[in-house]
Design a protein around this ligand. Structure first.
Ligand SMILES: C[S@@+](CC[C@H](N)C(=O)[O-])C[C@H]1O[C@@H](n2cnc3c(N)ncnc32)[C@H](O)[C@@H]1O
Ligand SMILES: [Zn+2]
Length: 272
């Protein structure tokens, strides 16, 4: 696949990284980032490295998009009123797919936007939004999920996507680098949610849009035993809507919009 090459920056000295052979190098300090199978593997903070997420999601990767995983779990969490296809809903909320009653891709934009898909997993959302975006960078901590993402995108012949191993709370991209950020089904997994939200805000251009989904402690996740299973399997901590709203505001987001379906919370927010 002729992948696009996003503009990565060094998070130790903020200089642009340059590609040299099979790695990215900082021209100013000693940072080098290996690139394996076209996927750069950036350093991740210790708390993320120590979490069990990478191993869990590496193992899950082969079945994640098969009928045994995402859709049944989504139905369980979201209930009967959740949109049937969350990908179209996300694309529409990002302003990429015009639907009646929603803003169109043309609003405020003269050209197709650049999108960062944080915790992209196997690239379910990445591939869907790539159709209407200028470019999409998908980042995740799980090498197994990213390898699938790369393979599925190549199978679909997508040329405007790239994938990198990065943690949501330390993104190796420049301030204001993206028009849109998506973060779906993942914020409840991050060990440092506030650091991640600050990063999502930092990498968005002024008035850029954050869209995503997370889980809240209502509906099935209002039950303590279900929350305990979620915590024990993947360390998932559902939010309560009010504290989630406060955290988004604290990170600098405004114009917050929420749509709760069961325990699934779809959200949209504006940077600045
Ligand atoms: C339930 S999957 C969601 C994947 C995709 N966004 C989707 O909607 O299908 C959660 C993803 O979050 C990733 N993840 C967990 N902690 C992360 C972190 N700190 N930074 C980046 N990705 C992380 C996992 O590796 C996993 O691929
Ligand atoms: Zn550097």
């Amino acid at each position: 696949m002729d992948a696009i090459e996003p503009g990565y920056i060094c998070r130790r000295c903020e200089r642009g990284l340059a590609r040299w052979d099979a790695q990215l190098n900082c021209p100013n300090c000693s940072v080098t980032v290996p690139v394996a199978d076209g996927i750069p593997r950036f350093p991740v903070p210790d708390a993320v490295d120590d979490s069990a997420h990478e191993t869990f999601f590496d193992r899950l990767a082969p079945v994640y998009e098969t009928p045994v995983w995402f859709q049944p779990l989504y139905r369980f969490v979201g209930g009967a009123t959740a949109p049937r296809d969350d990908r179209s809903t996300i694309a529409s909320m990002l302003g990429l797919e015009a639907e009646s009653g929603t803003e169109s891709a043309a609003e405020g934009d003269t050209e197709a936007p650049s999108v960062l898909d944080v915790a992209c997993g196997t690239g379910r959302i990445t591939r869907h939004v790539a159709r209407d975006a200028a470019s999409v960078l998908g980042v995740d901590i799980s090498g197994g999920m990213l390898e699938r993402a790369q393979r599925y995108a190549a199978r679909e012949g997508l040329k405007n996507v790239a994938f990198a191993r990065m943690s949501a709370d330390e993104l190796w991209v420049d301030d204001g680098a993206f028009d849109r950020v998506a973060c779906c089904w993942a914020l409840h997994l991050f060990p440092d949610v506030d650091a991640a939200l600050a990063e999502l805000h930092r990498v968005l251009r002024s008035s850029g849009r954050l869209v995503g989904t997370t889980i809240v402690d209502e509906y099935v996740l209002g039950a303590a035993p279900v929350r305990a299973v979620a915590r024990l399997t993947v360390g998932a901590e559902p939010f309560d809507v009010d504290s989630f709203r406060t955290r988004l505001r604290k990170a600098g987001f405004s114009s917050l919009e929420f749509d709760r379906r069961g325990a699934a919370l779809f959200f949209r927010a504006q940077a600045g």
